[in-house]
Design a protein around this ligand. Structure first.
Ligand SMILES: [Zn+2]
Length: 76
């Protein structure tokens, strides 16, 4: 297997995780705004049984929580 195909397989595996689609939908719907200059921390809270917690791929429907870093310079 070439390095390129290995990277492609890893990318496909990442994108197949349920929370990635949920995150992308939240961004596209404006539920998680992308604000230039702002810093946001995303907490992905997986279920206790999720393989992601043991180095595998996510199979649960994790809760996503965004925490914004307070900045005085950013206009939301
Ligand atoms: Zn998970």
């Amino acid at each position: 297997m070439s390095a390129r195909s290995a990277r492609r397989r890893r990318a496909e595996a990442y994108l197949s995780q349920p929370y990635v689609a949920k995150l992308n939908m939240a961004i596209e719907a404006g539920a998680i705004p992308l604000i230039p200059g702002a810093v946001a921390h995303l907490d992905v809270k997986h279920d206790g049984w999720c393989p992601k917690l043991r180095g595998g791929l996510c199979r649960c429907q994790p809760d996503l929580e965004v925490r914004w870093e307070p900045t005085a310079e950013v206009q939301a």
